[in-house]
Write a protein that binds this ligand. Structure first.
Ligand code: NAP
Length: 345
């Protein structure tokens, strides 16, 4: 079979870089081009893509370039993959139209989150625009959580697609230890030692580094065309995660903060009320998103293999039984050895 030509948006980001590495590991199957915005052309990460990994770079301004330029960029591309950050979701709408015109054989939009239904459960999944002022640079940002709008645009265009969700990353799913030993890798998105709604709800988890390995399998597979697919290494509850951390570190996590379902809703409603009176308040937007994630994951139990199947997802563990993802335990071994890279947020 000839190589698939893949155009990847977001190759310098967390998810995009994992995808890039996964595709580069299978050079016999893929030829990858990274779509980079002209304003990032001189970033060290972009030079690294070229010099260290030999990746071809295509500079395109997906927001302002005429649609013909986008069609040119997508012509001859078999698979387009987007791993753009949450701020940029809407820019994909122009790419959907251009991909249809260019005859792209599979469009993989920016999903990469936990499994949740559309329709008001998580703004991150839905059709919402927010604006906020950043506390670091005081700029005003538009925040488009419009994954669903992009999916609907794909369906309206009859464009072949695959939507891939990955559960929650290992890298943001572990608690702090009393010794502080794992704090070097602790993201600000992960509270130190909270247990939600009793801590027994299972959640699908994928190691960030495995997203690309799964993508390489999924985009070669005809069974995944026009389907949702979910990936995971483990489905673990918070109580199980705490047990694994205690057992493997030999430490006791005595101080745990119990957060009830109604506490989560109060956090969500408080953040929402504050956003009403102070729309650019970035911190409250983050609190709101986090509360919605927590309610979906820990109270509703949306992010499980069973619920994913109910929604019609294919299960990547069943599709590729020969692929052994990095288990949460293996991740913790590396974490305790000081080998895990901290996400930049
Ligand atoms: N499942 C989970 O646990 C989890 C955790 C975190 C995030 N996510 C999801 O994963 C998705 C990707 O997030 P991430 O954290 O991986 O992203 P990220 O690290 O913030 O990277 C975003 C990428 O998008 C590129 N980009 C942004 N705007 C662009 C534009 N206009 N033109 C070209 N490139 C552009 C950036 O390139 P530059 O180098 O030019 O900036 C960067 O490569 C998000 O939708 C998020 O919801 C899921």
């Amino acid at each position: 079979m000839s190589k698939q030509k893949v155009l990847l948006l977001g190759a310098t980001g967390h998810t995009g870089n994992s995808i890039l590495q996964g595709l580069l590991r299978d050079k016999a199957s893929f030829e990858v081009v990274a779509l980079i915005r002209p304003s990032s052309a001189d970033k060290p990460d972009v030079h690294k893509l070229k010099e260290e990994f030999g990746v071809k770079i295509l500079l395109v301004d997906i927001i302002n370039a005429p649609v013909e330029e986008l069609v040119d960029a997508l012509t001859g591309i078999d698979v387009f993959i987007s791993a753009i950050d949450a701020l940029g979701q809407l820019a994909q709408l122009r790419l959907v139209a251009a991909a249809k015109q260019a005859g792209v054989k599979r469009f993989v939009p920016c999903a990469w989150i936990t499994v949740a239904p559309p329709g008001g459960i998580m703004k991150l999944r839905d059709l919402v625009s927010l604006s906020f002022r950043s506390p670091t640079d005081s700029n005003e940002y538009q925040y488009h959580h419009q994954k669903e709008q992009v999916y609907q645009e794909i369906w309206k265009a009859h464009l072949p697609y695959t939507i891939i969700d990955v559960g929650y990353w290992h890298q943001i799913s572990f608690p702090s230890l009393p010794s502080g030993k794992v704090d070097y890798a602790l993201s600000s998105l992960r509270p130190t030692a909270e247990i939600h709604h009793g801590g027994d709800t299972l959640n699908m988890l994928t190691d960030l580094r495995d997203i690309g390995n799964y993508v390489a399998l999924i985009i070669k597979d005809e069974r995944t065309l026009n389907r949702f697919v979910c990936t995971y290494s483990d489905a673990l509850s918070e109580n199980q995660i705490f047990e694994i951390m205690e057992e493997m570190s030999g430490e006791k996590i005595v101080e745990r903060k119990a957060i009830s379902a109604s506490d989560i809703l109060t956090m969500r409603d408080t953040a929402s009320a504050r956003i009403e009176t102070d729309p650019p308040n970035w911190r409250e937007h983050m609190m709101f998103i986090s509360a919605e994630y927590n309610y979906s994951k820990y109270v509703r139990g949306d992010n499980t293999p069973e619920y994913a199947k109910y929604l019609g997802y294919l299960d990547a563990r069943e599709l590729y039984p020969e692929f052994k993802p990095i288990s949460f335990r293996n991740f913790v071994t590396e974490l305790l050895d000081g080998k895990i890279e901290k996400p930049h947020y």
